[in-house]
Design a binder for this molecule. Structure first.
Ligand code: FRU
Length: 529
C-alpha cells in the first residue's frame, strides 16, 4: 500500500531499512564501555527471508542505538546466519587471538548456519571490537546432522571452568547442553526436555545465573547499589525458552524455569511454567554477555511471528524491547505462598533522556461523572513515560454488578479517535490493555493481531488504612508500549499502530463507579532523546 511508515521508535533498537527478528550476540565491551547488539537481519526486504544476516548496532546508554549494518554473512544466498550469541574469550582459550587483541575484545560468535542441508553451529571471531568478523577455518564446530538444531547461547561457567552452550533441538522439544574448553570442540552433556508449554517448537534457549534480591522496598532503581562485591551472594539458575507458534495467547512467547545447574545438567525446582512477559510482543529474549557487576540484562524482539510480517510499517520491520534488568525476588501476594519470581525492570530510567514536559498529580479521588485529562501533546513525537499508582477502596465494591474499572485512555494528538485504553477491573483483579482502537483497518484486517491482553494483578503494597495499592509504569515509543507492574513483578509488551503522524499524547483517567479509586500518583513525561 501507499501508506507512509509510522515514525520509527526513538529509543528502541530498530533497523533503518529491512527486516529484523531475534536479538543475537549481545555483549558489553569493557575496554570501550560500549554495548553491542546484533540481530537477525534481512536487508533486502521487509519480511523474513534468505539470505539472512546478522545486523549490528551499538549503544553507550542502552537506550539509543547506532546501526552499523551487516556484521555476519551466511555462506550463500540460500542460507542464513541464524541466531546465536557472543562471548568474550578473555583468556584466549580458543587460541584465535594474539596479544594485539585486548582481553575484553576477544570476541567469539557462535551461531547457526542454516541451509537446506541442515542446521550446524559455526564460530566466527572479531579482531576489531565486533565490527567485522573472520569465520573459523574448521566450521562447523558442532554438527549432529539435524535440520532443527539451532540458536546456541554460550557462557563461561566459573565453577567447572568450562564454556557451556544451550541450544534447541527444536521439534523434539529438547534443550541440549554442551560444554567446551576452547569454544571450538563441544561435548554433549544433557537434555532438558519436554518442559513447559511445548507449542510447535523450542527456540532460543538460554541459561543464566540470576541474582536473588531480598527487598521490601519499592524503589525502582535500587538494583545498582546491590552489586558492590562484583556479584551477588544469592542466586538461582534460570532456563529461558522461546516457543513458537503455540503460545497460550497465540503465536510466540518466552517462558522460564527456575532451578539448579551443576555445569552439566539443569534441574528445575518445580514443574511450573512461568511467562517472562505476558504481552503479545516479546520473543527470543537474550541476555548480554559480560554485563558489569554480575547484573543480568536482556532484550527481546518486540513482535510475534503470528503477524510480524504484516504489521503496517514499510521500510523497516520490528524493534527490540528496551533493555531489562532481570532479578529474582520473593514475591508475596499472599505472604504464606511467597515464591521466587522473575522481575524485569527497564534500564530506561537511568539514561540521559531529556524531559520535555512533565505532569504530576498526587491524590486524586475519582468519581464516575468526571475524568482527569493530562495533556503532554505539545510537539508530541511519541516518546512517553508514565507511572500510575492507585488505591482501591475495596469495601466500596459490594454489588458485583457494576464493572468497577479504572480506565486510562491514551489518545492520538492529531486524531483522538485512535487511542489505547488500559486499566484495572476490581472484580477481575486484573489489568487490561486494549489496542483495538489504533489504526483500525490494520487491526480489523489481521486475524491474529488480537486487540486485548490482560494480566491478573496483585496488590503492590497496602496503604496505612490497609487498602491495596497497585502500580504500573509504562513506556511508550511511537508504536510500542511496555508496561511494568508492581516494580517489574510482571510486564506486558505490545505493539500498536496509529496512522502516520499521529502520536499518543493525551491521557484521560476516568472510572465508571463512584468512591472506588484514588489515584495516589500519576506522573507522565514526554521525553526526547
Ligand atoms: C526464532 C528463530 C530462531 C532462528 C531465527 C531465524 O525467532 O526462528 O530459531 O535461529 O529465528 O531467523
Amino acid at each position: 500500500s501507499a501508506m507512509a511508515d509510522p515514525g520509527k521508535p526513538l529509543a528502541h533498537l530498530t533497523p533503518n531499512v529491512g527486516w529484523m527478528n531475534d536479538p543475537n550476540g549481545l555483549f558489553f565491551d569493557n575496554e570501550t564501555s560500549m554495548w553491542h547488539a546484533y540481530y537477525q537481519y534481512n536487508p533486502n526486504d521487509n519480511i523474513w527471508g534468505l539470505p539472512l544476516y546478522w545486523g549490528h548496532a551499538s549503544s553507550e546508554d542502552l537506550v539509543t542505538w547506532n546501526d552499523h549494518g551487516i556484521a555476519l554473512e551466511p555462506e550463500n544466498d540460500e542460507s542464513g546466519a541464524f541466531s546465536g550469541s557472543i562471548v568474550i574469550d578473555f583468556n584466549n582459550t580458543s587460541g584465535l587471538f594474539d596479544n594485539t587483541c585486548l582481553p575484553g575484545q576477544r570476541i567469539v560468535a557462535l551461531y547457526t548456519e542454516h541451509s537446506e542441508a541442515g542446521e550446524r553451529q559455526y564460530a566466527a571471531y572479531s579482531l576489531d571490537g565486533g565490527y567485522t568478523f573472520n569465520y573459523y577455518k574448521h566450521n562447523p564446530v558442532l554438527d549432529i546432522n539435524s535440520t532443527q538444531f539451532r540458536d546456541p547461547k554460550v557462557f563461561w561457567h566459573e565453577e567447572t571452568e568450562r564454556w557451556v552452550m544451550t541450544l534447541a533441538l527444536s521439534q523434539e522439544y529438547k534443550i541440549q547442553i554442551y560444554t567446551s574448553k576452547n569454544l571450538t570442540s563441544w561435548e554433549f552433556q544433557s537434555n532438558f526436555s519436554h518442559h513447559g508449554v511445548l507449542g510447535y517448537q523450542y527456540e532460543c534457549p538460554g541459561l543464566s545465573k540470576i541474582p536473588i534480591v531480598h527487598t521490601t522496598s519499592s524503589n525502582l532503581t535500587q538494583s545498582a547499589g546491590l552489586t558492590t562485591n562484583n556479584g551477588f551472594a544469592d542466586y538461582k539458575w534460570v532456563m529461558f525458552l522461546s516457543i513458537n507458534p503455540g503460545a497460550p495467547h497465540g503465536g510466540s512467547y518466552n517462558e522460564y524455569f527456575i532451578g539448579d545447574f551443576d555445569g552439566k545438567r539443569f534441574t528445575a525446582q518445580d514443574a511450573a511454567t512461568r511467562a517472562v512477559d505476558c504481552g503479545k510482543d516479546f520473543y527470543a529474549m537474550q541476555t548480554f554477555s559480560n554485563a558489569p557487576n554480575g547484573e543480568v540484562l536482556a532484550m527481546a524482539w518486540a513482535s510475534n511471528w503470528d503477524y510480524s510480517g504484516y504489521v503496517p510499517t514499510r521500510d523497516w520491520r520490528s524493534s527490540m524491547t528496551v533493555v531489562r534488568n532481570l532479578t529474582l525476588r520473593y514475591y508475596s501476594p499472599n505472604p504464606e505462598t511467597s515464591e521466587l519470581t522473575l522481575y524485569n525492570q527497564p534500564v530506561f530510567k537511568s539514561s540521559g533522556l531529556n524531559t520535555k514536559q512533565r505532569l504530576i498529580k498526587k491524590s486524586l479521588k475519582l468519581n464516575s461523572n468526571e475524568s482527569a485529562i493530562f495533556n503532554v501533546a505539545d510537539g508530541a513525537h511519541g516518546l512517553l513515560e508514565f507511572t500510575l499508582e492507585w488505591k482501591v477502596n475495596s469495601s466500596a465494591v459490594t454489588t458485583g454488578h457494576d464493572m468497577a474499572d479504572l480506565s486510562l485512555k491514551i489518545k492520538g494528538v492529531e486524531d483522538d479517535s485512535e487511542y489505547l485504553r488500559l486499566g484495572y477491573v476490581v472484580s477481575a483483579a486484573a489489568f487490561f490493555l486494549d489496542r483495538g482502537n489504533s489504526r483500525v483497518n490494520f487491526v480489523h484486517a489481521n486475524p491474529f493481531f488480537g486487540n486485548k491482553v490482560s494480566k491478573n494483578l496483585e496488590p503492590y503494597e497496602s496503604a496505612e488504612d490497609g487498602l491495596p495499592i497497585y502500580n504500573v509504569q509504562g513506556l511508550i515509543d511511537r508504536n510500542l508500549i511496555e508496561l511494568f507492574f508492581n516494580d517489574g513483578s510482571s510486564s506486558s509488551t505490545n505493539l500498536f499502530f496509529l496512522s502516520s503522524e499521529n502520536y499518543l499524547g493525551e491521557f484521560e483517567v476516568s472510572t465508571g463507579v463512584d468512591n472506588v479509586f484514588t489515584i495516589l500518583n500519576f506522573d507522565v513525561q514526554q521525553l526526547s532523546v
